[in-house]
Design a binder for this molecule. Structure first.
Ligand code: PMV
Length: 351
């Protein structure tokens, strides 16, 4: 009998969208109502490290340890990822009977985040990207990052973008089976090496309304949302890709801020309204406006996910005016800033 424990480890970074994914057209397959675009925060401390192992000697059933705690694997999202990865491994085993039958063995996943879970810091993105790549490595699947993104998407939509470093688009696709709803790299991180991101952690508490139920409520009750997906996002996607290609920070920043505002406006337009930003978040918006006004050009851009924490994009050469001013404006006057993490985007994320 084969008593071997087969094992593979990987890490995946978080990504922060500059054109937001918000809304599902198919909740089961995690198919989005719109395309989105993000920056992968590579070389950062915001990562998930995951080890996947399997063995015929493991007791029955797949298990997951998340940050040291046994975690549920029976959820439909996790099950979908396991099922897709096992099916691909089973196909390899059918084609080559000399391969060990890993697809039939229980899986044991051990995963650590080094940042607060579910605090609007995209933990599910890094988490499912790492989970899918760890198992794909364990199974020795000959899959490209875009192919793996199709699987990670079913775990958490935004996770499909964490399979790539740099600037990443998630193309919404058209097909009902989701086979064309995948992530592609728009540009390497090295294309724009001066890009930096600063994360202002307002609160590390778990967010109030999950992205899944927030999206569901927005799609069901917001009229503004229809306008967002029909005209606003397509325009933002086109302008953002052009701005990235041309390394045009002023346009990159304006679209980033407009898209964040548009997303949060649709949340406020739901019934009842959803508020992810708080007073401290709004103070960060004012501070960025002040910095840009004082500089006489756009040197900083804010964006917020489904939580109160701000991500500020800026260029390396403007570090002093952006970071210096933020610390003095926000640090002195507001109690809410628990910690701040300076991110560097120097290297591509995927190893
Ligand atoms: O991947 P999910 O289901 O947690 O959704 C993420 C949604 C946002 O973070 C708000 C936007 C995005 O594109 O990442």
């Amino acid at each position: 009998a084969d008593n071997t424990v087969y094992r593979a480890s990987t890490t995946a970074p978080v990504n922060i969208a500059v054109v937001k994914y918000w809304g599902k057209r198919d909740a089961k397959l995690n198919l989005p109502t719109n395309s989105s675009l993000s920056v992968t925060l590579a070389q950062s401390d915001l990562r998930t490290l995951t080890t996947a192992s399997c063995s015929a000697t493991y007791p029955e059933g797949d298990t997951l340890i998340l940050n040291g705690e046994p975690s549920d694997v029976s959820g439909a999202r996790t099950q979908a990822c396991f099922r897709e990865l096992r099916a691909r491994r089973a196909a390899l085993e059918a084609a080559d009977p000399s391969l060990p039958k890993l697809s039939t063995m229980p899986l044991r996943i051990v995963s650590e985040n080094n940042f607060p879970t579910a605090a609007g810091l995209a933990s599910s993105a890094a988490g499912f990207a790492a989970l899918v790549r760890a198992i794909a490595n364990l199974y020795e699947l000959p899959a490209s990052p875009s192919e793996l993104s199709l699987i990670a998407r079913q775990g958490s939509g935004s996770a499909c973008r964490s399979l790539f470093g740099g600037y990443v688009a998630w193309r919404m696709g058209e097909k009902a089976d989701g086979s064309d709803s995948l992530a592609v790299q728009v540009a390497e991180a090295s294309h724009w090496p001066e890009m930096r991101a600063l994360i202002l952690v307002v609160s590390a508490a778990k967010k109030g309304v999950s992205s899944t139920s927030g999206m569901q409520q927005t799609v069901a009750t917001s009229g503004l949302f229809k306008e967002r997906i029909a005209t606003v996002v397509p325009k933002h996607m086109e302008a953002m890709e052009k701005a990235i290609k041309e390394r045009d920070f002023a346009t990159f920043a304006e679209i980033t801020m407009r898209d964040s505002n548009s997303f949060h406006a649709t949340c406020a337009d739901t019934y009842p309204p959803i508020f992810y930003m708080n007073d401290v978040s709004r103070a960060a918006i004012r501070a960025v406006e002040q910095i840009n006004d004082a500089a006489g050009r756009t040197v900083a851009a804010y964006t917020f996910d489904a939580g109160p924490n701000a991500v500020i994009y800026y260029l390396e050469q403007d570090t002093d005016i952006v970071v210096g001013t933020l610390y003095s404006v926000l640090g002195a006057g507001i109690d809410g800033w628990k910690q701040s993490i300076v991110e560097s985007l120097k290297q591509p994320a995927v190893t």
